[in-house]
Design a binder for this molecule. Structure first.
Ligand code: ITT
Length: 204
């Protein structure tokens, strides 16, 4: 069976990606299935650089097609922070949320605009590289609400809604999120790639 490796250990990302790309012909694995792969240092300066670093490193180890997701939360009042440092902003989701709320404690409702960014890279052993970006704008509320999702979901209200990503739940998040948008753009590349593999294997 054809395989796609998700270059991530983040279970929240894995669930969301698998829900949107669930082609029955492809066995989707993640770094959780490859504990022997050492931690990848994300020392890029942009989401794109970090996404490519993860994708290429995992391709190097597995020699299989890889999809990487580098994402984060940009808060205007904090001049774009935490941005690429979103996962390093604290040790746990709770710590990271507390730090954001603390740094925004002087910020009024109008000053709490933020956006989630996701950059995906799909790389293949044949040397193809495809990238896509998704952005979801919204604001940071004053207290965490809701228990669905992961990361900063309990404090992020997307534009056009009055509920956090955590309250909205996966069905809505999977339609409007930064990850959903980036995936929608890159899925045709994945489909083309795997379709041509199936076609060649079957000599169609
Ligand atoms: P991998 O590198 O293994 O993929 P990671 O969690 O370290 O996992 P990133 O470096 O891309 O991934 O950091 C993304 C962080 O941004 C993530 O840990 C969350 O804190 C936050 N984040 C990204 N997408 C999010 C989402 O949809 N909802 C809430 N928080 C999100």
């Amino acid at each position: 069976m054809l395989k796609l490796i998700l270059a991530t250990t983040n279970t929240g990302k894995i669930i969301e990606i698998k829900e949107k790309f669930n082609d029955g012909n492809i066995n989707i694995e993640s770094l959780l299935d490859y504990p022997e792969i050492p931690e990848i240092e994300e020392d890029g300066n942009t989401f794109l650089e970090n996404s490519l670093i993860k994708a290429k490193a995992v391709l190097c180890y597995t020699h299989l097609p890889v999809l990487a997701d580098d994402s984060g939360l940009e808060i205007y009042y904090l001049k774009g922070k935490p941005g690429i440092y979103s996962s390093r902003w604290g040790k746990t989701d709770q710590e990271r949320i507390e730090r954001v709320l603390n740094e925004l404690k002087e910020a009024s409702e109008e000053q709490r605009k933020a956006r989630f960014v996701c950059v995906m890279c799909f790389v293949t052993p044949e040397g193809n590289i495809y990238t896509s970006e998704g952005i979801c704008s919204g604001k940071i509320i004053f207290q965490p609400v809701g228990c669905d999702g992961f990361g900063y979901d309990p404090i992020f209200v997307p534009d056009g809604y009055n509920l956090t990503f955590s309250q909205l739940g996966r069905d809505i998040k999977n339609r409007i999120s930064h990850r959903a948008i980036a995936l929608k753009k890159i899925i045709p590349k994945l489909n083309n790639y795997f379709y041509s593999k199936i076609k060649n294997n079957n000599n169609i």
